[in-house]
Write a protein that binds this ligand. Structure first.
Ligand SMILES: Cc1cc2nc3c(=O)[nH]c(=O)nc-3n(C[C@H](O)[C@H](O)[C@H](O)COP(=O)(O)O)c2cc1C
Length: 202
């Protein structure tokens, strides 16, 4: 499953089997979380109508100051056929509260959290979702929603409270490799472990 996972950026216009979203979300909720905070939530967009505001944001991003080569309108055209999008969101306050509570007793302050567990834990849910997608015989990509303006726009359009940060959006569907705008990363593209790993001392 780990070897078969790769980002898929173009989808067939084909519905998913019943219960797919629930199965993926159950897998996501198996994630470990610091202090068992589970400081993550999921916004689930099923079908073109629910996801339309997200694609509006993505099209706007493709011509904004914050755009990158990965955000072209052609990429959005291919992505938006995805029948399901899951957006994992992280909340810092849940961790500040939990770690200031009776059995942790840290100051309720971000400075005592040099590593933001809220993003780590929510990232774990995203990876489990991507792996569960492979298990379902489907494909998916995690993509960034954009810069501060797009994140703000996202919160407004979907009624998301300000303390929740969408860490990205996971578009899910049956892959359409013939129209995928990005060639899949090959195993040989990865940096060798010799470049990544330090044994015993940095
Ligand atoms: C946090 C994160 C953000 C990403 N954002 C984007 C994105 O905005 N657009 C995109 O096409 N791919 C995005 N990717 C996918 C990476 O480009 C991809 O994982 C990488 O090229 C390796 O390919 P693979 O996942 O198929 O092995 C993102 C991946 C991660 C983990």
């Amino acid at each position: 499953m780990i070897r078969r996972r790769k980002m898929v950026r173009s989808f067939q216009d084909r519905p998913l089997p019943p219960g797919t979203a629930d199965r993926l979300l159950k897998a996501a909720n198996r994630a470990p979380s610091a202090g068992f905070c589970q400081g993550y939530r999921f916004l689930v967009l099923e079908g073109a109508e629910e996801a339309a505001p997200l694609w509006d944001i993505a099209y706007a991003l493709s011509t904004s100051d914050h755009t990158t080569a990965d955000d072209s309108a052609e990429q959005v055209d291919a992505l938006k056929r995805a029948p399901l999008v899951i957006i994992p969101l992280a909340c810092k306050n849940i961790y500040l509260d939990r770690y200031a509570g009776p059995n942790k007793r840290l100051a309720r302050d971000e400075s005592v959290h040099p590593i933001p567990y809220w993003y780590i834990d929510t990232g774990f849910t995203a990876l489990l979702t991507l792996l569960a997608v492979v298990d379902e015989g489907l494909g998916a990509v995690l993509f960034g929603i954009g810069g501060p303006a797009e994140i703000e726009d996202f919160r407004i359009r979907f009624g998301v409270p300000p303390e929740w940060d969408p860490i990205g959006a996971i578009a899910i569907g049956y892959p359409d490799p013939d129209t995928d705008p990005v060639p899949p990363a090959r195993p040989g593209d990865r940096k060798p472990l010799a470049e990544l790993v330090h044994h015993g001392h940095w």
